[in-house]
Design a protein around this ligand. Structure first.
Ligand SMILES: *Cc1c(COP(=O)(O)O)cnc(C)c1O
Length: 382
């Protein structure tokens, strides 16, 4: 069947292009989950334990995407164990501030504001303004922390990894948890553990990017009490309180005065089939080494690059990164025109574009299926 909107995706795991193809085993796991009914708390606890094992965290939670994970992470840091605050979010009494470096701000941090947080910016993005080199220093984060602080928000990118341990130190010195957005930081697989091992309290990953799970899934890994608070804020708890008996390793009910009602996390609900698909994707990702994954992608890049005059392959020797074919154009206008032509074909072809290098178009192998490669090469040779 041809779906409306069918395209060739050589741009990578973009949400607007429907994310990654399912990893092997995902579709079967989702169908198997669909065939039965489950107690969602028990299934969530099982998934959480798998996520904890994969990340080295105390606990974990399957989420409806990294963005939903960030919303729940913020909600957990705002409410902690306070059930009344869970019910009151995005309002209520208590700390409301989440401290973030200006250079870490991006449109996904809206998730923290949805939960009820006010973002407090520190630092100056002077490196991107080419007017300095400081960006943000740990003392600037420390100086912004106070009784109104609920968390520190940290966006993990290759440029910021090394800063995380020092930011964790200053935050923990004042009892403040650190939330890390690591949505797109796979590969390398070691990053599943890296930010937790650097001391982050909650780390969010996308399930629908390189992991190859359903597009509407993600992982949240972190501290047991905060994961439990996040879970309480997205589970359906419309039961007699005496009947709610989750595994204590997932949610320790001794910490709570009662059960919250549906709150800010309800819109981040996840179905059993999505959790099953996410776990299958995680298993598949862990069963393949970075080197094997990279070799698989590189083989696609080499087939494409051979057919193109003057194309080069970036990251061909770096198994921590996704190899991509790059085509350089004389200027940004000709690259844009070529890109537009390819997207206007009867079977549209989407290539990768980079606002910082507007004269380059790239071919990312992650979402290319075997059946796409012939159409891609035909389009590129037109
Ligand atoms: C993709 C992305 C997100 C959102 O992830 P979803 O799983 O699509 O919700 C958040 N932050 C960053 C940095 C991302 O790249």
């Amino acid at each position: 069947m041809t779906l409306p909107g069918h395209i060739i995706n050589a741009a990578g795991t973009l949400t607007r292009l429907s994310g990654a193809p399912f990893a092997p085993g995902v579709a079967d796991a989702m169908a198997a989950a669909d065939a039965v009914s489950v107690d969602m708390v028990a299934f969530h606890a099982y998934a959480g334990a798998k996520i904890a094992a994969a990340t080295g965290a105390d606990s974990g939670l399957a989420t409806a995407g990294a963005s939903a994970g960030l919303l729940l992470a913020a909600a957990a840091c705002l409410a902690r164990d306070d059930v009344a605050r869970m019910n009151a979010l995005p309002g209520g009494r208590g700390p409301t501030e989440i401290v973030v470096a200006r250079s870490h701000r991006n449109s996904y941090d809206h998730a923290a504001r949805v939960a009820g947080a006010t973002l407090v910016e520190v630092g100056l993005p002077d490196p991107t303004a080419e007017a300095g080199r400081r960006d943000v220093e740990p003392w600037e984060v420390a100086a912004a922390l106070g009784p109104e602080t609920a968390a520190v928000y940290f966006t993990a990118t290759r440029a910021t990894y090394d800063l995380l341990p020092a930011v964790v130190d200053v935050a923990h010195a004042q009892g403040v948890p650190v939330i890390v957005d690591a949505a797109a930081e796979l590969p390398p697989a070691a990053n599943l553990r890296r930010f937790i091992s650097d001391g982050a309290d909650l780390v969010a990953f996308s399930g629908g990017k390189v992991l190859g799970g359903p597009a509407g899934t993600g992982l949240l890994a972190g501290r047991r009490d905060l994961i439990a608070s996040a879970a309480l804020q997205c589970l359906d708890l419309d039961v007699h309180p005496a009947d709610f008996a989750p595994p204590a390793g997932f949610i320790d009910m001794a910490r709570y005065a009662g059960l919250p009602r549906h709150g800010v996390g309800r819109s981040a609900k996840l179905g059993k089939h999505e959790i099953a698909g996410l776990l299958a994707a995680l298993d598949c990702f862990l069963s393949e080494t970075d080197a094997d994954r990279h070799a698989r992608w590189l083989a696609v890049c080499e087939r494409v690059a051979e057919a193109l005059d003057g194309a080069t392959i970036a990251h061909a020797g770096d198994t921590d990164r996704i190899p991509v074919v790059e085509m350089a154009f004389p200027d940004a206008a000709s690259a844009r025109a070529r890109d537009a032509d390819l997207r206007a074909r009867p079977l549209p072809v989407h290539l990768g574009t980079d606002p910082f290098r507007p004269d380059v178009l790239s071919i990312n192998p992650v979402c290319l299926r075997e059946a796409d490669i012939g159409s891609l090469l035909a389009a590129l040779s037109d």
